[in-house]
Write a protein that binds this ligand. Structure first.
Ligand SMILES: Cc1cc2nc3c(=O)[nH]c(=O)nc-3n(C[C@H](O)[C@H](O)[C@H](O)COP(=O)(O)OP(=O)(O)OC[C@H]3O[C@@H](n4cnc5c(N)ncnc54)[C@H](O)[C@@H]3O)c2cc1C
Length: 322
């Protein structure tokens, strides 16, 4: 039996990779359901390894590239790419973004209008990352939970993990000295009159915005990376900046209804690269920062390989000593 603490995206991905290889797994989760989660529930759901390469380490890009196919086995994934746009006066930002990233092509206003008619005439150029994707993280967590349970894993909700677990995926609640919280704020808006079908990143000078379609006229918008562990609700200033950037992307979003706002604390390590870490007899899977959905599949695969390799090693040494 393998025990896991935490049923966020990391804990669930680990449970899936272990149980599909035949392990018997129990997950402990303090929350009452997938929605009762301090971080994964608030994510944008972008699976955007090449865009993330603008600021992330090359390892994030490499590990993230496999995430899209992994999620396709679990939940509905929209592979419509990412468009990166910037107001004409900030074109240098687009050039800078292009220089720091790969796997994109520069398109003009006609191609942009063909891809996203709602943005016709609004931007002269865009970077198109055609192979990137997005998912609805809430549906993904629900679907992954169901898959894990179908494979025989027991998830004990409203049950804090016992003193010792084999795998610790508690995000910011983990007892790791190097972990720091990075606050992210988001809003869900309903704009049935604006039809955007793929993730858009606006390189706005003050607040770089991302918008992720959730279907039926609902969009998730986010922007912030605040080095803070505060879980206070979104401030008026942040909301003004977020909504102002959304308005700059498309004035039609000015008519949107704000249907939810939320805050999540992303667990980050000093270099913002997640990893497996052994502390005593527990393996920690943590530091997923702004890449939990993108990178949980790769880390869970590493964890499962590690576990089964250890078992093989133990069996070998048992046989040798028998
Ligand atoms: C606004 C925002 C936007 C984001 N957008 C994206 C994106 O577009 N793409 C992407 O890939 N990532 C995105 N992320 C990042 C992603 O959400 C995180 O990297 C990821 O959620 C971290 O997952 P986790 O499982 O490590 O931690 P968590 O989701 O925090 O899960 C930890 C779990 O452990 C449980 N727990 C805590 N203590 C205990 C205990 N004692 N016993 C048992 N259980 C316990 C908690 O209840 C929780 O369910 C975004 C994050 C935010 C906040």
């Amino acid at each position: 039996m393998i025990t896991i603490a935490g049923a966020g995206v990391a804990g669930l991905a680990c449970a899936y990779e272990l149980s599909r290889r035949g392990a018997s797994v129990t997950v402990y989760e303090t929350g009452a359901s997938p929605a009762d989660n301090p971080c994964s529930w608030f994510a944008g759901g972008m699976l955007a390894p090449w865009c993330e390469g603008e600021t992330a380490a090359p390892e994030v890009v490499r590990l993230g590239a496999g995430g899209i196919d992994w999620w396709r086995q679990i939940t509905h994934v929209e592979t419509r790419g990412t468009l990166v746009v910037t107001p004409p006066r900030d074109r240098a930002e687009l050039t800078r973004f292009a220089r720091r990233t790969e796997h994109h092509r520069l398109i003009g206003s006609d191609d942009l209008a063909a891809l996203e008619p709602a943005l016709a005439g609004r931007f002269n150029q865009a970077l198109y990352f055609a192979d990137e994707a997005h998912l609805d993280p809430r549906q993904a967590l629900i679907d992954l939970t169901r898959r894990v349970q179908e494979l025989g894993t027991e998830i004990r909700y409203e049950t804090p993990a016992p003193g010792h677990v084999d795998v610790d995926c508690r995000g910011m609640a983990a007892d790791l000295p190097d972990l720091r919280p990075v606050r992210g704020e988001m809003a869900l808006i309903m704009a049935p009159d604006v039809a955007i079908t793929r993730t858009i990143r606006l390189l706005h000078p003050r607040i770089p915005l991302y918008l992720v379609p959730r279907g039926k006229g609902i969009y998730m918008i986010g922007a912030t990376m605040i080095e803070s562990g505060s879980t206070r609700p979104v401030s008026l200033r942040s909301m003004l900046e977020l909504l102002g950037a959304a308005f700059a992307l498309h004035p039609g979003l000015g008519e949107a209804n704000v249907i939810e706002t939320g805050v999540g604390l992303r667990p980050a390590l000093a270099d913002n690269v997640p990893r497996l870490m052994r502390h005593g007899k527990t393996l920690h899977v943590n530091g997923l920062y702004r890449h939990g959905f993108l990178l949980a599949p790769a880390l869970a695969g590493q964890l499962a390989t590690h576990f089964f390799q250890e078992q093989i090693d133990e069996n070998h040494s048992e046989r040798r000593t028998a």
